[in-house]
Design a protein around this ligand. Structure first.
Ligand code: IPE
Ligand code: IPE
Ligand code: MG
Length: 248
């Protein structure tokens, strides 16, 4: 498909796009640069995609920024990434606030440095009244732990007699997850050619469409984002039923 910078019409947009931003390290290696340079270039791609999402009026964008498993990377890489998060929240929250973006994070919220958590909370507060793009960063996020934590908390409440186990339907369960209030993703994009979820939004992606693209995250552009959205607009989603024209 030829690159196009035309987004689909607003009514053909997914309500929620979630992106697994992968391939920074390989982008750097291809250029004989340290992995850190790939992460720096990755931040520029974050800015481009967030601006594109605001420009087209997307409702919800979730970006997988750091997984709970990413703490297992070598310490210098983890601290460089933390420095980039610090700089991003310091430099970008004002623009997000001005562009009517409501930002928040989903994730552990206890293991990152206090100053980063404080900046995140400040950004969440400053943008909480905004009515434009809901921008969620999955930061120190792992879906299995999210689901286990919800189950653990409900089990505690049930043991105390505060929760009737009979009310625990899938709809109720979803309200106990970190994403409550955010619609499930319609489209999950992963860059860099890997075809796995890596512990991202496991519950919420039950009926998502998937787009796996070979582009490494730092090269993922506004034009390619629109191309993926155009391709999504052509898909037929069935949710277990049959298409009306297929009914005999
Ligand atoms: C994604 O790029 C960024 C984070 C996971 C934080 P990677 O760092 O995973 O890049 P590759 O997969 O090694 O190329
Ligand atoms: C997933 O990418 C996490 C983020 C994009 C933040 P990884 O590069 O960490 O995933 P694996 O290890 O290849 O599955
Ligand atoms: Mg990776």
């Amino acid at each position: 498909m030829a690159p196009t910078s035309v987004p689909p019409a607003k009514e053909a947009l997914p309500r929620h796009v979630a992106i697994i931003m992968d391939g920074n390290g390989r982008w750097a290696r291809k250029r004989h640069l340290p992995r850190a340079a790939g992460h720096v270039a990755g931040v520029a791609a974050v800015r481009a995609v967030v601006r594109a999402a605001v420009d087209i009026g997307l409702e919800n964008l979730t970006l997988y920024a750091f997984s709970s498993e990413n703490w297992k990377r070598p310490h210098p890489e983890v601290s460089h990434l933390m420095g980039l998060f610090r700089a991003y929240f310091r430099e970008d929250v004002t623009e997000l606030a001005e562009r009517n973006v409501h930002m928040r994070i989903i994730g552990n919220r206890s293991r990152a440095a206090d100053d980063i958590l404080a900046m995140i909370e400040d950004g969440e507060r400053r943008t909480s009244v905004n009515t434009g793009l809901n921008l969620t960063f999955a930061f120190d996020y792992g879906a299995q732990e999210e689901i286990a934590a919800a189950a653990r908390e409900m089990a505690r409440e049930a043991a105390r007699g505060e929760l009737d186990p009979e009310i625990v339907t899938p709809q109720y369960f979803a309200t106990r997850l970190l994403t409550h209030g955010i619609p499930d993703p319609d489209l999950v994009i992963r860059t860099s050619g890997e075809r796995r979820l890596s512990n991202f939004l496991l519950w919420q992606s039950a009926y998502a469409e998937f787009a796996f693209v070979d582009t490494l995250w730092p090269d993922f552009s506004r034009a390619e984002f629109f191309e993926v959205l155009q391709a999504y607009a052509l898909r037929e989603r069935r949710f277990g039923t049959v298409a009306p024209e297929a009914v005999a």
